[in-house]
Write a protein of this length. Sequence first.
Length: 327
Amino acid sequence: MDRMMLRRRTALLAPLAALAAARQAEAAVDRLARIIVGSPAGSGTDTVARLLAGALVDARYAPAVIVENRPGASSRLAAEAVKAAAPDGATILQAPMPVLTLFPHVFPRTTRYDPIADFEAATTIGELCYGLVVRADHPAQDLAGFLAWARERGGATFSPPVLGAPQHMLGLVLARAAGVSLTVVPYRGGALAQTDLLGGRIDSFMSHMAELAPNVRAGRTRLLAVTSPQRLRSLPEVPTFAEAGFAQLTSSEAFCLMLPADTPTGVRDVLYQAVKASLARPDIAERLERLEITPMALSPAATAERIRTELAAWEPVVRASGFTAEE
């Protein structure tokens, strides 16, 4: 190859090399990143994480992002794994916020992380409410009918995704307020509970709408009531608990993204901006809304403040519930 040809090839390759270097420089993480979730594959939380993983690659947060399922201990194993990870942005915790704000009160002896000191709050993905479902062929057509059916039978079985979850607390509130015996059947994840609900092994299940929406839309389960302040736009025929006489069951939950403590502020901010940009995409927003999630990318500071506020608010609720976890 003569010198002229070599110079021409070098001139052609230089812009490509510069572009590759620029893309590399734009990425907060230059290798595979992991989103750790504390629920099994197929759950609502897992579905959201897989949607986010692809969006983060598109937003150039990392060249590849995978979802790693670490169910167990009410999602606390996932939190522990992220706490112990290197603070370089390659390991992200996606969790319902109560994993950080409620579970330290419910499981005080076996929660091995401090929700404030051990993590760097990055952002939220969205907010959603909870709902109570029965099988589609259940004789109860609404919440009042289900409570009457339960009274006639001397009680009913009820399951949250995991013991000590907000849905568990709300179920206990409903049982006391309605004067109905609801026997709690424990599970290690909402996917397993829904399988048993559809199989007729439990009577009712309460979870967040990301987990409930697919089976509700498919006609496999019947949604009796939701915890949102107003009826859902997509399911206007379903009343709120407040409309049914149980205003104390008005509640919501945010999915948050957390990094290990001491993660550089620059990396944290790139993750926040990547999520914010992803949620602005119509296709991402539409898929989240089909799971009844309102897209919402709170800033790192706002996310941290919400965690502090909810952490303080859950403590008296747990104390009043009388629930004591077997730790």
